[in-house]
Design a protein around this ligand. Sequence first.
Ligand code: PGA
Length: 255
Amino acid sequence: MTYNYKGMNIIIRDTYEDVSKKAAQLIAAQVTLNTKSVLGLATGSTPEGTYKNLIEMYKNDIVDFQDVVTFNLDEYLDLGAENEQSYAYYMNKHLFDHVNINRENIHIPNGCTEDREKTCEEYDNMIFNYGKIDLQLLGIGTNGHIGFNEPDVHFEAGTHVVELDDETISANARFFDDISDVPTKAISMGIRNIMQSKKVLLLATGAKKIDAVHKMLFEEITPNLPASILQVHNDVTIIVDKVIGDMIINKLDKK
Ligand code: PGA
């Protein structure tokens, strides 16, 4: 089922697997139509299934990453690419090691930099030099964050160092041995970078995301719910599973 609400496309699929498949199809279509697409990529549990589908499509000769350029949303501070918890490691494991992407075309913020300000500025400049991100893939945090843009966000910020919210630290603790091991800071693209992308593709699945998606779509735009700013982006597609879809259908039926 597909709905249009405030100009946003909302696609509802039954399960996480179905959401992942649909997301991969949309990314593959983007990359096929423009072989030099600039993709903004996300980490976390949500996009893992999407990447799995893309790898499968690559192996079946359906999609080709040779000229694709990527920019990841974020990286923890002080975790190198060899650290299993870093997002550089995640990306290699879940996508890059399995497809024909040119390593020179991969961009992930350097969390181990000596000069954080310069690293952030250079990241913005690199994106700018490619023009715009053609398609930005996003998950959403239970607190409504996109990338690591936490509540009380500055909507106008570009890439910057962020202090992680307690909710994010506890949500991400599942990837670490102990919650005290979760880094408290990261480098993240800002909302400005995300809003400048030509297309945004946001995925959300599972009951714990219902509240954040509800606020993102149906409540006012506020820095307290960073994803709410997407209401004014002009090309947003949101793919959700049935549990979130039921909430959306219920809400739209009452309007
Ligand atoms: P998750 O994280 O996919 O691991 O739920 C999403 C996010 O924090 O953006």
